[in-house]
Design a protein around this ligand. Structure first.
Ligand SMILES: Nc1ncnc2c1ncn2[C@@H]1O[C@H](COP(=O)(O)OP(=O)(O)OP(=O)(O)O)[C@@H](O)[C@H]1O
Length: 164
């Protein structure tokens, strides 16, 4: 049991590292969050939810594998190398391939103008939820672009300035 907990902690550390260092990874996490938030407005079957979950997890997992490939290449090669270029490009293409199929699936599942109209009305009639949605969009944009480390440093910087 101890071994399993240790493995789980290592995996969690790896996940946190990928989130901290990769903006693409943060983008996929935010996209997954919104897929599940807006998915609640649709009457999806269990199979559709499962497919969405598998696709989101697959993109996130491939992004992490892509990061590993990049780190491995950088570890063993610190100069321009055509083979490294090909390896990195193929790893990036793997993420892109699944991303395309995820976008295609999302268009098929979410492009229902009746539900889109209902979502629009829901937020228009619920100002609190509208404010929360806008707030979450702003936080997501900062999270994706700056990342948790820069946000934390900025907050600590402001606090330190306040103390002086
Ligand atoms: N040592 C290298 N030799 C040749 N080409 C390289 C090398 N390092 C990077 N590249 C090229 O630059 C691209 C970006 O590589 P980089 O390691 O900067 O990844 P990244 O910008 O973090 O990519 P991603 O956006 O997929 O996370 C690669 O796909 C590859 O085409």
């Amino acid at each position: 049991m101890k071994k399993q907990i240790k493995s789980f902690r290592s995996a969690f550390r790896g996940f946190c590292f990928a989130v901290k260092s990769e903006s693409h990874m943060r983008f996929h996490l935010v996209a997954t969050f919104y897929v599940f938030v807006f998915g609640c407005f649709y009457d999806f079957s269990a199979a559709k939810w499962a497919l969405l979950a598998v696709l989101c997890a697959l993109i996130i997992a491939l992004e992490m594998v892509n990061t590993c490939v990049e780190k491995l290449c950088d570890l063993f090669c610190d100069r321009y190398d055509f083979s490294v270029k090909i390896i990195k490009d193929i790893a990036a293409a793997a993420v892109l391939a699944v991303s395309f199929s995820a976008v295609f699936t999302a268009v098929l599942f979410f492009l229902d103008f009746e539900v889109i109209g209902k979502i629009f009305l829901y937020f228009v009639n619920n100002p609190v939820m509208l404010v929360l949605l806008i707030l979450s969009a702003v936080i997501s944009a900062v999270f994706v672009c700056a990342g948790p480390v820069k946000v934390k440093n900025a907050i600590l910087g402001i606090k330190r300035k306040d103390k002086h």
